[in-house]
Design a protein around this ligand. Structure first.
Ligand code: FDA
Length: 386
């Protein structure tokens, strides 16, 4: 055997696993640089974990699958690692931890760990062919080499951002070895609408509750020139399906009906959108005035009319035409069926020595550092078993 372990993919999960699994390790990646998604993540500051990460923050056909790995490698373990490398960090909001300085520090930390472990890293090298061989696997690389290894760890991620070299490689390899792959789709992705749906609103942002399917999220909503984005919409996109509506609660913290009735006493001669602009961005209030056909002054509105308006703004139904797709999606929903994997080790249940870690597995985190925490935890689960 040339190596004890061959790891395909030098992203978050692959680097974490490589740095910790011991033995003779080779990591192969077709990109020019390792950890590229880490480098660009979190606006260049990498939201590397979430203090409140728990199984409920993940979508998977088997919601129990994540429990073991997440319990054995927690956000505090990764924080300790970051601290030991002198990387300063801060909580931005909702438990989301970011580097004070740069995401490149996380990549550098992982490469330092990799170097200390003695693992080799080969870049700009693809995989031509993978086959089972006695006692392990034989992998033909694009540089012509044939590499034999006892363990094969697949960490090539999902399909999001093909422009960065994302491929469906892990899914094809999983199928080759008899693993089922659940349907995959772009997630944590902006939703698109007809060009004339939100005229003049591009750039407007506000706190909102956005609900899709069974989930709802209270975070910022952003109008774009293509439709809707912002954390609340990205989160909801993981639960949205084509043809369905999303429900938006505008100003979820306000008692709009009460506020409008009170304003009727003091500002009865003002137009409805003018008063609404105290609770919503003015451009949105004006847009709603037109869309909902608001007419007359506040004094002209009955209690019933104001209650109905507040109810409409608390349940603004919108039907996306689609999403921006893998071009901008942060992650891929679905992936390698967890039924074929050990939740303790990420090892294939029927091909000993074959492991799948990170985003290629049917485990998708909420926005806010949960996807990296899954990459670290699943990488460590495999490393511990190897
Ligand atoms: P990852 O994609 O990191 O690595 C896969 C590696 O495999 C890559 O290096 C790739 O080049 C290589 N590869 C692919 N196909 C190959 C092939 N055929 N042959 C050889 N190599 C191949 N998450 C989070 O928790 N906090 C955040 O702040 C962000 N921010 C963010 C921003 C943006 C713009 C994106 C696109 C994504 C995020 N994410 C995130 C999600 C996070 O980046 C993602 O969940 C992890 O990087 C997944 O780690 P993996 O190691 O599984 O795949």
């Amino acid at each position: 055997m040339d190596y004890d372990t061959l790891i395909l993919g030098a992203g978050a999960a692959g680097l974490m696993c490589a740095a910790h699994c011991g033995g003779r390790v080779l990591v192969v990646d077709h990109a020019r640089a390792p950890g590229e998604k880490i480098r660009i993540s979190g606006g260049g500051r990498c939201n590397f974990t979430n203090m409140y990460c728990e199984p409920g923050n993940f979508l998977s056909a088997n919601p129990h699958f994540v429990k073991s790995a997440l319990a054995r490698y927690t956000p505090w373990d990764f924080i300790a690692l970051v601290d030991s490398h002198g990387i300063a960090w801060h909580e931005k909001t909702l438990g989301q931890l970011f580097c004070d300085d740069s995401a490149k520090q996380i990549v550098a930390m992982l490469l330092d760990l990799l170097k200390a472990s003695g693992a080799e890293l080969v870049l700009q090298t693809g995989v031509e062919d993978v086959a089972r061989s006695p006692g392990g696997f034989t992998v033909r690389l694009s540089d012509g080499r044939r590499v034999q290894a006892r363990n094969l760890v697949v960490a090539t991620g999902g399909k999001s951002i093909p422009g960065m070299g994302a491929t469906g490689f892990a899914y094809d390899l999983a199928r080759q070895f008899g693993h089922a792959v659940t349907d995959t789709r772009p997630a944590l992705v902006p939703l698109t609408f007809n060009a004339d749906r939100f005229p003049g609103l591009s750039g407007v942002s506000l706190p909102a509750r956005v609900a899709a399917g069974t989930a709802s999220f209270d975070e910022a909503l952003l109008f774009t020139h293509r439709g809707l984005s912002g954390p609340a919409v990205l989160q909801a996109s993981s639960y949205w399906r084509e043809g369905e509506e999303i429900a938006v609660t505008l100003a979820p913290a306000a008692d709009l009906a009460g506020a409008l009735k009170a304003a009727r006493q003091t500002d009865g001669r003002k137009a409805l959108p003018t008063v609404l602009a105290r609770h919503l961005p003015a451009r949105l209030a004006d847009h709603l005035g037109v869309e909902l056909g608001m007419s007359g002054n506040l004094a002209d509105q009955s209690d019933r009319a104001l209650d109905a308006l507040a109810a409409t703004l608390a349940d603004w139904r919108l039907k996306p035409t689609g999403s921006e797709g893998y071009r901008t999606a942060e992650v891929t929903l679905g992936g390698i069926d967890t039924g074929g994997l050990s939740s303790q080790s990420m090892e294939s249940k029927h091909v000993p020595g074959l492991y799948f870690i990170g985003e290629c597995v049917d485990v998708t985190g909420h926005l806010g550092g949960h996807n990296f925490q899954w990459a670290w935890a699943s990488g460590m689960a495999a490393a511990g078993a190897i």
